[in-house]
Ligand binder design. Sequence first.
Ligand SMILES: Cc1cc2nc3c(=O)[nH]c(=O)nc-3n(C[C@H](O)[C@H](O)[C@H](O)COP(=O)(O)O)c2cc1C
Length: 142
Amino acid sequence: MTNRGVFIVCNKFDNDNAWQQALSVINEKNQRWAKNAPVLILVAAMTHFNHNGSPNRHALYDTGAASMSLCLQAAALGLATHQMGGFSVEQAISVFNLPEQCQPISMLALGYQADASILDADFQASELAPRSRQPLKRPRLC
Ligand SMILES: Cc1cc2nc3c(=O)[nH]c(=O)nc-3n(C[C@H](O)[C@H](O)[C@H](O)COP(=O)(O)O)c2cc1C
């Protein structure tokens, strides 16, 4: 835990109990594929500064930026990540005994990309479908 944010890393092979707890707070639909990930990471923001207790209005920004850095570094190492908003914040606070100023933001699955054939049929279809992205065009500034 740092001043700004928290990554609670639950590695199935290091601490199966923590990994099971992380999986348990993820919603049912996400559990259907996330159960295959060897590492689940609860991402949380520290909403106040440690040194003076005042609110950090950049806490969510910092936490999102740190998460994106983690995802990019994982990709650079040949790993895959999948961020989830679909988990219970209340259960995460309870299961990991988080202090009041520690706000769960997302759950992140991390591991090597598996073959899509291990997924349920509906997830296989979306996993194998072509990705669609907004076209890149010149941004309008005003
Ligand atoms: C904040 C946030 C919350 C998300 N929540 C979920 C989620 O609960 N379940 C899920 O399958 N994908 C969720 N996604 C989407 C995935 O993380 C990912 O962006 C999406 O599957 C597209 O990735 P792909 O193009 O690499 O397949 C979320 C994304 C973000 C940024």
